[in-house]
Design a binder for this molecule. Structure first.
Ligand SMILES: [Zn+2]
Length: 139
């Protein structure tokens, strides 16, 4: 093992086999005498200095954490939801109905016209119709 004089820091290499558990050492350089402890050798390195912490940073502070996460959207209070009335049903298609009415009127007009034009034949075939034709001025 290595022994170091606490006074002049002179070092001495001493074989472990020759060194007892506890021995009084005398420095040959400065005459300093000290007791070399087997558990604490004189040449032990000083305790390691903990790594310096940068000032202003508390230990354990998270590094790289997001500074300001956007808050979640909050529902607007006090405004009732707008109720949209259902759209009225579309009006039924009357084009077909009107066309049917027009067709019926045209057919009736044609029949009436034909009956009026052929009133002589009609009255001959159906005598009671003569009263109708007479009432209409065609008699
Ligand atoms: Zn010494």
């Amino acid at each position: 093992m290595r022994l170091t004089c606490p006074s002049c820091a002179a070092t001495y290499d001493v074989p472990d086999a020759l060194r007892p558990a506890r021995r009084r050492i005398r420095c040959s350089a400065c005459g300093m005498e000290w007791v070399a402890e087997p558990d604490a050798p004189a040449d032990a390195a000083p305790p390691a200095v903990p790594p310096a912490v940068p000032p202003g940073v508390p230990p354990g502070a998270p590094l790289g954490a997001p500074l300001g996460a956007p808050p979640p959207p909050r529902p607007v209070q006090g405004v009732p939801p707008r109720i949209v009335p259902p759209s009225p049903p579309p009006p039924p298609r009357r084009a077909g109905l009107i066309a049917a009415w027009i067709a019926s009127l045209v057919l009736l007009a044609a029949l009436a016209g034909g009956a009026w034009v052929e009133r002589a034949s009609v009255m001959k075939a159906w005598p009671p119709s003569a009263r109708v034709y007479k009432a209409l001025g065609g008699g």
